[in-house]
Design a protein around this ligand. Structure first.
Ligand SMILES: Cc1cc2nc3c(=O)[nH]c(=O)nc-3n(C[C@H](O)[C@H](O)[C@H](O)COP(=O)(O)OP(=O)(O)OC[C@H]3O[C@@H](n4cnc5c(N)ncnc54)[C@H](O)[C@@H]3O)c2cc1C
Length: 325
């Protein structure tokens, strides 16, 4: 925690977006186009920095990487006046009653202030540190059956996972391919019903650590080598290790309501959280975990942030008139 002494915020924005991934960028573009003063604070990691190719997006039939989408999004947002800073926000302060604003404090020691706040901080997948695995993400190894089940149809596929979560993923993918192996990397317990279901559906089950991921330089997954030295060849992979980290601690600090799994609850219409003038969009909110949905929620939150900002600006005008007269 940064000490309270001697801290001062330089400048006050209309809105502050914590998280410059997909949801944050879409919201920033929309809010910039309303000509509000918008600040995006981003730490520079996140799911959209990991995916080497999204295949299910309108307009990108050959795929587009998260890095490229982020680069384009930032350019577009900067074009409408949005300001970006690289920092990781570690402390969130509600300055009082709705309209008084919020202060965000970064790891850098800098403070940022705005009248409204959007949390678009996403989540982080738990991915074991296996060299070469990250090079394949989105290209030949996937995380989301709704996004990429299509990519493994009839292909030799390994689910690299852990416990029941990995077993559940293998069972979900069974309709896409019958050449499926589930490697339970940390040998966490798998319920006996799931083990029988795996067997019944012809899914090979191996409880053994993965020692190495085999992949070519262009992110082409070739299989794994197990701790016992056995090599399993495959064309595609999925990961499902469970224990993902929902990045909602700032919401907790502000007292916003969260679900048991730490996703932030929002009003379905406005995406506002239970704390007035704090919104949430994208993977940090209730669970859809797709690019297009993160974009949609970012835009939806921005529309409502704009309504509130207009109201606040109108109130300020009225207030000034009353004081002057
Ligand atoms: C390997 C992989 C493949 C995927 N494939 C697909 C696919 O094919 N199709 C699809 O639709 N979706 C896919 N997804 C999911 C998709 O990437 C996410 O749904 C999307 O990125 C969500 O956007 P977001 O803005 O909520 O989060 P993110 O894109 O993760 O952005 C969150 C941002 O918040 C920032 N941040 C977090 N905490 C802080 C803080 N305290 N201070 C400052 N900044 C902070 C991070 O740095 C990050 O930039 C995939 C995900 C992964 C990991």
């Amino acid at each position: 925690m940064i000490g309270e002494e001697g801290r001062s915020v330089m400048e006050k924005y209309d809105t502050m977006i914590v998280g410059g991934g997909i949801a944050g960028l879409q919201a920033a573009i929309q809010l910039g186009r309303y000509e509000h003063r918008v600040l995006v604070i981003d730490a520079g990691y996140g799911r959209s920095t990991l995916c080497k190719s999204y295949h299910n997006l309108l307009g990108w039939p050959d795929g587009v990487s998260g890095e490229e989408l982020r680069r384009l999004g930032r350019l577009q947002a900067e074009g409408v006046g949005v300001i970006f800073v690289k920092d990781e926000v570690v402390q969130a302060v509600n300055k009082g009653k709705p309209g008084d604003g919020f202060e965000m404090w970064g790891k850098s020691g800098k403070g940022y202030e705005a009248r409204t706040l959007l949390l678009a901080t996403g989540l982080l997948d738990r991915i074991p540190d296996l060299p070469k695995l990250k090079d394949c993400l989105g290209l030949t190894v996937y995380v989301c059956p709704d996004c990429d089940g299509y990519e493994i149809r009839d292909k030799q596929t390994i689910v690299m996972g852990s416990g029941d979560v990995g077993a559940g993923m293998a069972l979900t993918l069974r309709m896409r391919t019958d050449k499926l192996t589930y490697v339970n990397h940390q040998q966490r317990a798998v319920k006996s019903e799931l083990l029988s279901e795996l067997k019944g559906k012809g899914i090979t089950y191996i409880a053994e650590d993965i020692q190495e991921v085999i992949a070519e330089a262009n992110g082409l997954f070739r299989g794994v080598v197990l701790a016992n030295g056995k090599r399993i060849d495959a064309e595609r992979g999925f990961i499902a290790f469970g224990g993902n980290e929902v990045k909602s601690d700032l919401a907790r600090q502000l007292g916003a309501e969260r679900m048991e799994n730490r996703h932030i609850l929002t009003d379905p219409r406005s995406k506002m959280t239970s704390v007035p003038f704090v919104w949430a969009a994208g993977d940090v909110g209730v669970h859809a975990e797709q690019v297009t949905i993160a974009m949609g929620e970012g835009a939806q939150a921005a529309i409502w942030i704009n309504k509130v900002l207009l109201m606040l600006k109108e109130e300020t005008k009225i207030h000034r008139v009353v004081i002057r007269s």
